[in-house]
Design a protein. Structure first.
Length: 158
């Protein structure tokens, strides 16, 4: 198996400098918070108007979108790939499995920043919104992630 030359800090730097409103969600967000989970991809919730900005930012790293921004907006999601996989969700709002609406613009105002290097921050939803994002589906791993996030939230409130 060959290793890749993927530079995660440069990846996040390009996203940060793109001007796109981007939230890291999924298990990679849990990893950023120090939780012991494994994942092989990146999941982002990107403002519906900012797909072109993130595509342009990651194009120099060889990331190719599997849909045009227009088609992605119509579907609500698309992927960028170059050996790494980046799943992009584009939606103004998403419903959780129990029917609650989660609005991107509201989540964006409550975002938290995680410092990756001296010149790079990654934006994540706050803990409550990250828990809500894990309720977009009902997979067993999402339920476990919610449990871990609730423990983290309790520890932070002590």
């Amino acid at each position: 198996m060959e290793g890749t030359d993927f530079d995660e800090v440069d990846f996040f730097r390009r996203i940060s400098r793109s001007g796109a409103r981007v939230l890291l969600i999924g298990r990679r967000a849990l990893v950023m918070l120090g939780l012991p989970v494994l994942t092989a991809d990146y999941d982002f919730w990107v403002h519906i108007d900012d797909a072109s900005l993130i595509n342009d930012a990651l194009q120099p790293l060889g990331f190719i979108p599997n849909a045009s921004p227009e088609a992605a907006r119509a579907r609500g999601r698309y992927a960028l790939e170059n050996g790494e996989r980046v799943d992009i969700m584009l939606a103004r709002s998403v419903s959780t499995a129990d029917g609650a609406r989660v609005e991107f613009d509201e989540v964006w105002t409550r975002r938290q920043a995680v410092v990756v290097s001296s010149d790079v921050e990654v934006h994540l939803p706050d803990l409550d919104d990250l828990i809500a994002s894990k309720r977009f589906s009902t997979r067993p791993k999402d339920l476990e992630d919610i449990r871990l996030l609730q423990i983290l939230k309790e520890e932070r409130s002590e």
